[in-house]
Write a protein that binds this ligand. Sequence first.
Ligand SMILES: Cc1cc2nc3c(=O)[nH]c(=O)nc-3n(C[C@H](O)[C@H](O)[C@H](O)COP(=O)(O)OP(=O)(O)OC[C@H]3O[C@@H](n4cnc5c(N)ncnc54)[C@H](O)[C@@H]3O)c2cc1C
Length: 385
Amino acid sequence: MHAKGTIAVVGAGLSGAVIGRELAEDGYRIEVFDTRSHIAGNCHTERDTETGVMVHVYGPHIFHTDDAEVWDYVNRFETFLPYKNRVKTTSKGQVFSLPVNLHTINQFFGKTFRPDEAKAFIEEQSDKTIADPQTFEEQALRFVGKDLYEAFFKGYTQKQWGCSPTDLPASILKRLPVRFNYDDNYFFHKFQGMPENGYTDMIGRILDHPSIKVHLETRFNRDRNGEFDHVFYSGPLDGYFDYESGQLGYRTLDFERFTYEGDYQGCAVMNYGDVSVPYTRITEHKHFSPWEEHKGSVCYREFSRECGREDIPYYPIRLVKEKEQLAEYVARAEKEDAITFVGRLGTYRYLDMDVTIREAIDTARLYLAKAAEGATMPTFLHAPV
Ligand SMILES: Cc1cc2nc3c(=O)[nH]c(=O)nc-3n(C[C@H](O)[C@H](O)[C@H](O)COP(=O)(O)OP(=O)(O)OC[C@H]3O[C@@H](n4cnc5c(N)ncnc54)[C@H](O)[C@@H]3O)c2cc1C
Protein backbone atom coordinates (compact mmCIF):
# COMPACT_ATOMS: atom_id res chain seq x y z
CA MET A 1 0.00 0.00 0.00
CA HIS A 2 2.73 2.49 1.05
CA ALA A 3 5.44 1.12 -1.20
CA LYS A 4 6.88 4.62 -1.37
CA GLY A 5 8.00 4.71 2.28
CA THR A 6 7.43 6.79 5.38
CA ILE A 7 8.33 10.41 5.80
CA ALA A 8 8.59 12.50 8.98
CA VAL A 9 7.33 16.05 8.83
CA VAL A 10 8.38 18.13 11.82
CA GLY A 11 5.91 20.93 12.48
CA ALA A 12 2.17 21.00 11.74
CA GLY A 13 2.26 24.60 10.48
CA LEU A 14 1.68 25.61 6.86
CA SER A 15 5.07 24.29 5.67
CA GLY A 16 4.60 20.85 7.21
CA ALA A 17 0.92 20.53 6.27
CA VAL A 18 1.46 21.38 2.58
CA ILE A 19 4.53 19.16 2.16
CA GLY A 20 2.78 16.33 4.00
CA ARG A 21 -0.35 16.62 1.87
CA GLU A 22 1.51 16.73 -1.46
CA LEU A 23 3.56 13.63 -0.59
CA ALA A 24 0.60 11.74 0.90
CA GLU A 25 -1.28 12.28 -2.36
CA ASP A 26 1.63 10.67 -4.15
CA GLY A 27 1.46 7.52 -2.01
CA TYR A 28 3.84 8.22 0.90
CA ARG A 29 2.93 7.56 4.53
CA ILE A 30 3.36 10.78 6.50
CA GLU A 31 4.00 11.18 10.23
CA VAL A 32 3.63 14.80 11.37
CA PHE A 33 5.03 15.86 14.76
CA ASP A 34 4.37 19.07 16.65
CA THR A 35 5.30 20.05 20.18
CA ARG A 36 2.20 22.21 20.50
CA SER A 37 -1.27 20.98 21.48
CA HIS A 38 -2.73 22.28 18.20
CA ILE A 39 -1.99 22.24 14.47
CA ALA A 40 -1.43 25.33 12.24
CA GLY A 41 1.78 26.61 13.88
CA ASN A 42 1.88 30.39 14.18
CA CYS A 43 -1.15 30.79 11.91
CA HIS A 44 -3.34 29.15 14.58
CA THR A 45 -6.79 30.70 15.05
CA GLU A 46 -9.41 29.77 17.62
CA ARG A 47 -12.85 31.00 18.57
CA ASP A 48 -12.95 32.79 21.90
CA THR A 49 -15.52 30.95 24.03
CA GLU A 50 -16.74 34.10 25.81
CA THR A 51 -17.32 36.41 22.81
CA GLY A 52 -17.38 34.02 19.82
CA VAL A 53 -14.68 36.11 18.09
CA MET A 54 -12.15 34.29 15.88
CA VAL A 55 -8.79 35.07 17.50
CA HIS A 56 -5.43 35.02 15.71
CA VAL A 57 -3.59 33.51 18.65
CA TYR A 58 0.00 34.31 17.54
CA GLY A 59 -0.77 37.71 16.03
CA PRO A 60 -2.87 38.85 13.07
CA HIS A 61 -2.57 36.99 9.77
CA ILE A 62 -3.90 38.43 6.52
CA PHE A 63 -3.66 36.33 3.39
CA HIS A 64 -2.38 38.22 0.33
CA THR A 65 -0.64 37.00 -2.80
CA ASP A 66 0.04 37.47 -6.51
CA ASP A 67 0.61 33.74 -6.92
CA ALA A 68 -2.51 32.34 -8.65
CA GLU A 69 -1.55 28.71 -7.97
CA VAL A 70 -1.17 29.40 -4.24
CA TRP A 71 -4.49 31.28 -4.20
CA ASP A 72 -6.18 28.31 -5.89
CA TYR A 73 -4.48 25.98 -3.42
CA VAL A 74 -5.87 27.70 -0.31
CA ASN A 75 -9.30 28.09 -1.90
CA ARG A 76 -9.39 24.34 -2.49
CA PHE A 77 -9.45 23.78 1.27
CA GLU A 78 -11.29 26.80 2.66
CA THR A 79 -13.67 29.55 1.54
CA PHE A 80 -11.85 32.87 1.50
CA LEU A 81 -13.96 35.98 2.10
CA PRO A 82 -12.99 39.49 0.98
CA TYR A 83 -10.83 41.42 3.42
CA LYS A 84 -8.76 44.57 2.88
CA ASN A 85 -6.16 45.40 5.48
CA ARG A 86 -6.42 49.06 6.45
CA VAL A 87 -4.11 50.16 9.24
CA LYS A 88 -4.29 53.32 11.34
CA THR A 89 -1.66 54.83 13.59
CA THR A 90 -1.86 57.05 16.64
CA SER A 91 0.99 59.55 16.71
CA LYS A 92 1.37 62.59 18.99
CA GLY A 93 -2.31 62.64 19.91
CA GLN A 94 -3.74 62.23 16.41
CA VAL A 95 -4.95 59.31 14.31
CA PHE A 96 -3.51 58.93 10.79
CA SER A 97 -3.89 56.52 7.91
CA LEU A 98 -1.13 54.05 6.99
CA PRO A 99 0.85 53.31 4.90
CA VAL A 100 1.73 57.01 4.67
CA ASN A 101 -0.45 58.19 1.77
CA LEU A 102 -1.84 61.44 0.38
CA HIS A 103 -4.43 61.62 3.17
CA THR A 104 -1.71 61.16 5.83
CA ILE A 105 0.50 63.85 4.25
CA ASN A 106 -2.33 66.35 3.85
CA GLN A 107 -3.58 65.77 7.40
CA PHE A 108 -0.10 65.82 8.94
CA PHE A 109 1.00 69.05 7.23
CA GLY A 110 -2.49 70.67 7.16
CA LYS A 111 -2.46 70.87 3.34
CA THR A 112 -4.74 70.02 0.41
CA PHE A 113 -2.03 68.79 -1.97
CA ARG A 114 -2.77 66.95 -5.17
CA PRO A 115 -0.43 64.00 -5.93
CA ASP A 116 2.17 66.00 -7.92
CA GLU A 117 2.25 68.77 -5.34
CA ALA A 118 2.69 66.27 -2.50
CA LYS A 119 5.51 64.55 -4.37
CA ALA A 120 7.33 67.85 -4.87
CA PHE A 121 6.75 68.80 -1.22
CA ILE A 122 8.13 65.49 0.13
CA GLU A 123 11.08 65.83 -2.23
CA GLU A 124 11.79 69.21 -0.58
CA GLN A 125 11.60 67.62 2.88
CA SER A 126 14.07 64.85 2.06
CA ASP A 127 17.59 65.24 3.38
CA LYS A 128 19.76 65.50 0.29
CA THR A 129 22.98 65.84 2.27
CA ILE A 130 22.85 62.04 2.74
CA ALA A 131 24.45 60.78 -0.46
CA ASP A 132 24.80 57.10 0.34
CA PRO A 133 22.42 56.03 3.15
CA GLN A 134 23.88 53.27 5.33
CA THR A 135 21.36 53.01 8.15
CA PHE A 136 17.57 52.76 8.37
CA GLU A 137 17.50 56.30 9.80
CA GLU A 138 19.59 57.76 6.98
CA GLN A 139 17.48 55.99 4.38
CA ALA A 140 14.23 57.27 5.91
CA LEU A 141 15.54 60.85 6.26
CA ARG A 142 16.67 60.76 2.67
CA PHE A 143 13.30 59.44 1.46
CA VAL A 144 10.77 61.39 3.55
CA GLY A 145 12.60 63.95 5.73
CA LYS A 146 12.68 64.47 9.49
CA ASP A 147 9.01 65.20 10.32
CA LEU A 148 7.40 62.16 8.67
CA TYR A 149 10.31 59.96 9.79
CA GLU A 150 9.88 60.92 13.43
CA ALA A 151 6.09 60.61 13.43
CA PHE A 152 5.67 57.38 11.47
CA PHE A 153 8.90 55.38 11.31
CA LYS A 154 11.32 56.16 14.14
CA GLY A 155 9.44 55.17 17.31
CA TYR A 156 7.67 52.18 15.81
CA THR A 157 10.91 50.75 14.39
CA GLN A 158 12.75 51.34 17.66
CA LYS A 159 10.07 49.48 19.64
CA GLN A 160 9.76 46.69 17.07
CA TRP A 161 13.50 45.95 16.83
CA GLY A 162 14.63 47.03 20.31
CA CYS A 163 17.42 49.19 18.95
CA SER A 164 17.96 52.60 17.44
CA PRO A 165 17.14 52.93 13.71
CA THR A 166 20.75 54.15 13.41
CA ASP A 167 21.82 50.54 14.18
CA LEU A 168 19.63 48.94 11.51
CA PRO A 169 20.70 48.57 7.87
CA ALA A 170 19.29 50.85 5.15
CA SER A 171 18.17 47.73 3.26
CA ILE A 172 15.11 47.35 5.58
CA LEU A 173 13.58 50.38 3.82
CA LYS A 174 14.11 49.45 0.20
CA ARG A 175 11.56 51.67 -1.52
CA LEU A 176 10.04 55.08 -0.88
CA PRO A 177 7.52 54.13 1.87
CA VAL A 178 4.93 56.73 0.81
CA ARG A 179 1.97 56.72 -1.62
CA PHE A 180 0.91 59.87 -3.45
CA ASN A 181 -2.75 58.85 -3.74
CA TYR A 182 -5.53 57.91 -1.32
CA ASP A 183 -5.00 54.14 -1.58
CA ASP A 184 -4.82 52.87 2.01
CA ASN A 185 -4.96 49.16 1.20
CA TYR A 186 -1.93 47.90 3.14
CA PHE A 187 -1.00 45.26 0.56
CA PHE A 188 -0.54 45.57 -3.21
CA HIS A 189 -1.33 41.98 -4.09
CA LYS A 190 -3.94 40.85 -6.59
CA PHE A 191 -5.56 38.35 -4.19
CA GLN A 192 -6.37 39.18 -0.57
CA GLY A 193 -8.79 37.56 1.86
CA MET A 194 -9.49 35.75 5.10
CA PRO A 195 -10.43 32.09 5.61
CA GLU A 196 -14.09 31.97 6.61
CA ASN A 197 -13.51 29.54 9.50
CA GLY A 198 -9.95 30.52 10.37
CA TYR A 199 -6.51 29.19 9.41
CA THR A 200 -6.61 26.21 11.76
CA ASP A 201 -9.71 24.92 10.00
CA MET A 202 -7.95 25.32 6.64
CA ILE A 203 -4.76 23.58 7.78
CA GLY A 204 -6.86 20.82 9.39
CA ARG A 205 -8.38 20.16 5.97
CA ILE A 206 -4.95 20.11 4.31
CA LEU A 207 -3.81 17.51 6.87
CA ASP A 208 -7.01 15.48 6.52
CA HIS A 209 -5.75 12.61 4.38
CA PRO A 210 -5.82 8.87 5.16
CA SER A 211 -2.02 8.60 4.83
CA ILE A 212 -1.26 11.48 7.23
CA LYS A 213 -0.97 10.89 10.97
CA VAL A 214 -0.52 13.90 13.24
CA HIS A 215 1.21 13.54 16.64
CA LEU A 216 0.57 16.62 18.78
CA GLU A 217 2.51 17.45 21.95
CA THR A 218 5.36 15.38 20.53
CA ARG A 219 8.83 16.86 20.14
CA PHE A 220 10.88 15.39 17.32
CA ASN A 221 14.60 14.95 18.06
CA ARG A 222 17.25 14.24 15.48
CA ASP A 223 18.07 10.83 16.96
CA ARG A 224 14.82 9.62 15.33
CA ASN A 225 15.89 10.51 11.78
CA GLY A 226 16.91 6.91 10.98
CA GLU A 227 13.32 5.67 11.42
CA PHE A 228 12.21 7.54 8.27
CA ASP A 229 13.05 7.61 4.57
CA HIS A 230 13.32 11.39 4.75
CA VAL A 231 12.67 14.19 7.26
CA PHE A 232 11.21 17.60 6.41
CA TYR A 233 12.06 19.81 9.35
CA SER A 234 10.19 23.10 9.87
CA GLY A 235 11.39 23.59 13.46
CA PRO A 236 14.21 26.01 14.39
CA LEU A 237 17.53 25.30 12.68
CA ASP A 238 19.55 26.13 15.84
CA GLY A 239 17.15 24.02 17.96
CA TYR A 240 17.82 21.00 15.75
CA PHE A 241 21.46 21.19 16.88
CA ASP A 242 20.49 21.84 20.52
CA TYR A 243 21.74 25.45 20.18
CA GLU A 244 25.33 24.17 20.31
CA SER A 245 26.63 27.19 18.36
CA GLY A 246 24.43 29.62 20.32
CA GLN A 247 20.89 30.87 19.77
CA LEU A 248 20.01 32.64 16.52
CA GLY A 249 18.63 36.10 17.31
CA TYR A 250 14.87 36.58 17.09
CA ARG A 251 12.35 39.12 18.36
CA THR A 252 9.47 37.66 20.29
CA LEU A 253 6.05 39.18 20.98
CA ASP A 254 4.02 39.38 24.18
CA PHE A 255 0.28 39.80 23.77
CA GLU A 256 -1.70 41.45 26.56
CA ARG A 257 -5.24 40.28 25.93
CA PHE A 258 -8.27 42.30 27.00
CA THR A 259 -11.95 42.19 26.21
CA TYR A 260 -14.37 45.05 25.59
CA GLU A 261 -18.13 45.26 25.32
CA GLY A 262 -18.74 46.83 21.89
CA ASP A 263 -16.22 48.17 19.38
CA TYR A 264 -12.95 49.18 21.05
CA GLN A 265 -11.09 50.98 18.25
CA GLY A 266 -13.19 50.70 15.08
CA CYS A 267 -10.46 48.96 13.04
CA ALA A 268 -8.44 45.75 13.10
CA VAL A 269 -4.98 47.30 13.58
CA MET A 270 -4.03 50.54 15.35
CA ASN A 271 -0.29 51.22 15.49
CA TYR A 272 1.32 53.37 18.17
CA GLY A 273 4.35 55.22 16.83
CA ASP A 274 5.29 57.17 19.96
CA VAL A 275 8.11 55.73 22.09
CA SER A 276 6.24 56.85 25.23
CA VAL A 277 3.64 54.11 24.53
CA PRO A 278 5.30 50.77 25.36
CA TYR A 279 3.34 48.61 22.90
CA THR A 280 3.66 48.71 19.09
CA ARG A 281 0.01 48.17 18.22
CA ILE A 282 -3.43 47.02 19.33
CA THR A 283 -5.26 44.46 17.24
CA GLU A 284 -9.03 44.00 17.56
CA HIS A 285 -9.72 40.54 16.26
CA LYS A 286 -13.40 40.74 15.32
CA HIS A 287 -12.51 43.24 12.58
CA PHE A 288 -10.48 40.49 10.83
CA SER A 289 -13.84 38.74 10.17
CA PRO A 290 -15.98 41.69 9.00
CA TRP A 291 -18.75 39.33 7.82
CA GLU A 292 -19.39 38.23 11.45
CA GLU A 293 -21.23 40.15 14.18
CA HIS A 294 -20.20 40.02 17.83
CA LYS A 295 -21.22 42.21 20.73
CA GLY A 296 -18.08 41.55 22.71
CA SER A 297 -14.55 42.16 21.48
CA VAL A 298 -11.12 40.59 21.99
CA CYS A 299 -8.06 42.84 21.67
CA TYR A 300 -4.32 42.27 21.95
CA ARG A 301 -1.79 44.89 23.02
CA GLU A 302 1.40 43.81 21.29
CA PHE A 303 4.85 44.24 22.86
CA SER A 304 8.09 43.31 21.13
CA ARG A 305 11.25 42.17 22.92
CA GLU A 306 14.37 40.02 22.59
CA CYS A 307 13.57 36.30 22.31
CA GLY A 308 14.87 34.01 25.08
CA ARG A 309 15.29 30.21 24.86
CA GLU A 310 11.80 29.55 26.28
CA ASP A 311 10.02 32.21 24.16
CA ILE A 312 8.33 31.80 20.78
CA PRO A 313 10.64 33.06 18.01
CA TYR A 314 8.74 35.50 15.74
CA TYR A 315 10.98 37.76 13.65
CA PRO A 316 14.53 36.69 12.66
CA ILE A 317 16.99 39.53 13.27
CA ARG A 318 19.55 38.62 10.58
CA LEU A 319 22.17 41.25 11.35
CA VAL A 320 25.92 40.60 10.96
CA LYS A 321 26.31 38.54 14.16
CA GLU A 322 23.34 36.29 13.34
CA LYS A 323 24.53 35.77 9.77
CA GLU A 324 27.90 34.44 10.97
CA GLN A 325 26.20 32.05 13.41
CA LEU A 326 23.73 31.04 10.73
CA ALA A 327 26.56 30.13 8.34
CA GLU A 328 27.88 27.72 11.01
CA TYR A 329 24.50 26.01 11.40
CA VAL A 330 24.01 25.78 7.63
CA ALA A 331 27.42 24.12 7.23
CA ARG A 332 26.50 21.58 9.93
CA ALA A 333 23.08 20.95 8.39
CA GLU A 334 24.60 20.30 4.96
CA LYS A 335 26.45 17.31 6.49
CA GLU A 336 23.21 15.63 7.63
CA ASP A 337 21.62 12.88 5.54
CA ALA A 338 18.02 12.55 4.36
CA ILE A 339 16.73 15.78 5.85
CA THR A 340 15.49 19.03 4.30
CA PHE A 341 15.09 22.20 6.38
CA VAL A 342 12.02 24.19 5.41
CA GLY A 343 9.76 27.04 6.48
CA ARG A 344 10.35 30.17 8.47
CA LEU A 345 12.24 28.53 11.36
CA GLY A 346 14.10 25.87 9.40
CA THR A 347 15.61 28.48 7.08
CA TYR A 348 15.68 31.45 9.52
CA ARG A 349 13.80 33.80 7.21
CA TYR A 350 10.63 35.88 7.55
CA LEU A 351 8.16 34.25 5.14
CA ASP A 352 4.63 35.37 4.41
CA MET A 353 2.08 32.57 4.23
CA ASP A 354 1.83 32.62 0.44
CA VAL A 355 5.61 32.31 0.10
CA THR A 356 5.60 29.52 2.69
CA ILE A 357 3.01 27.60 0.64
CA ARG A 358 4.83 28.25 -2.65
CA GLU A 359 8.09 26.95 -1.17
CA ALA A 360 6.34 23.92 0.38
CA ILE A 361 4.72 22.96 -2.95
CA ASP A 362 8.07 23.35 -4.74
CA THR A 363 9.84 21.30 -2.05
CA ALA A 364 7.39 18.42 -2.37
CA ARG A 365 7.60 18.51 -6.17
CA LEU A 366 11.38 18.45 -6.09
CA TYR A 367 11.35 15.53 -3.66
CA LEU A 368 9.09 13.54 -5.99
CA ALA A 369 11.28 14.37 -9.00
CA LYS A 370 14.48 13.41 -7.14
CA ALA A 371 12.92 10.18 -5.87
CA ALA A 372 11.87 9.28 -9.42
CA GLU A 373 15.46 9.63 -10.65
CA GLY A 374 16.99 8.09 -7.51
CA ALA A 375 18.83 11.37 -6.79
CA THR A 376 19.52 13.03 -3.43
CA MET A 377 17.23 15.73 -2.05
CA PRO A 378 19.09 18.94 -1.08
CA THR A 379 19.28 20.02 2.57
CA PHE A 380 17.98 23.49 1.69
CA LEU A 381 15.97 24.58 -1.33
CA HIS A 382 16.37 28.20 -0.37
CA ALA A 383 19.79 29.02 1.03
CA PRO A 384 19.26 30.78 4.39
CA VAL A 385 22.54 32.74 4.18
C1 LIG B 1 3.50 38.32 14.14
C2 LIG B 1 3.43 37.69 12.78
C3 LIG B 1 2.43 38.09 11.92
C4 LIG B 1 2.35 37.52 10.66
N1 LIG B 1 1.37 37.97 9.82
C5 LIG B 1 1.30 37.48 8.57
C6 LIG B 1 0.34 37.99 7.66
O1 LIG B 1 -0.43 38.88 7.97
N2 LIG B 1 0.31 37.45 6.41
C7 LIG B 1 1.17 36.46 6.01
O2 LIG B 1 1.09 36.02 4.85
N3 LIG B 1 2.08 35.94 6.87
C8 LIG B 1 2.17 36.41 8.14
N4 LIG B 1 3.10 35.91 9.00
C9 LIG B 1 3.95 34.77 8.58
C10 LIG B 1 3.37 33.37 8.94
O3 LIG B 1 3.24 33.28 10.34
C11 LIG B 1 4.32 32.29 8.40
O4 LIG B 1 4.33 32.37 7.00
C12 LIG B 1 3.93 30.86 8.77
O5 LIG B 1 3.65 30.72 10.13
C13 LIG B 1 5.07 29.92 8.41
O6 LIG B 1 4.68 28.58 8.64
P1 LIG B 1 5.73 27.47 9.05
O7 LIG B 1 5.02 26.17 8.96
O8 LIG B 1 7.00 27.62 8.26
O9 LIG B 1 6.16 27.81 10.57
P2 LIG B 1 5.34 27.71 11.93
O10 LIG B 1 3.97 28.20 11.75
O11 LIG B 1 6.19 28.38 12.95
O12 LIG B 1 5.28 26.15 12.24
C14 LIG B 1 6.39 25.43 12.77
C15 LIG B 1 5.86 24.42 13.76
O13 LIG B 1 6.93 23.52 14.12
C16 LIG B 1 6.74 23.13 15.47
N5 LIG B 1 8.03 22.61 15.97
C17 LIG B 1 9.19 23.30 16.09
N6 LIG B 1 10.19 22.48 16.51
C18 LIG B 1 9.64 21.26 16.67
C19 LIG B 1 10.17 19.97 17.08
N7 LIG B 1 11.46 19.78 17.40
N8 LIG B 1 9.31 18.91 17.13
C20 LIG B 1 8.00 19.06 16.80
N9 LIG B 1 7.47 20.26 16.40
C21 LIG B 1 8.27 21.32 16.33
C22 LIG B 1 6.26 24.40 16.14
O14 LIG B 1 5.56 24.08 17.33
C23 LIG B 1 5.36 25.02 15.08
O15 LIG B 1 4.01 24.67 15.27
C24 LIG B 1 3.25 36.51 10.25
C25 LIG B 1 4.27 36.11 11.12
C26 LIG B 1 4.38 36.73 12.35
C27 LIG B 1 5.53 36.34 13.24
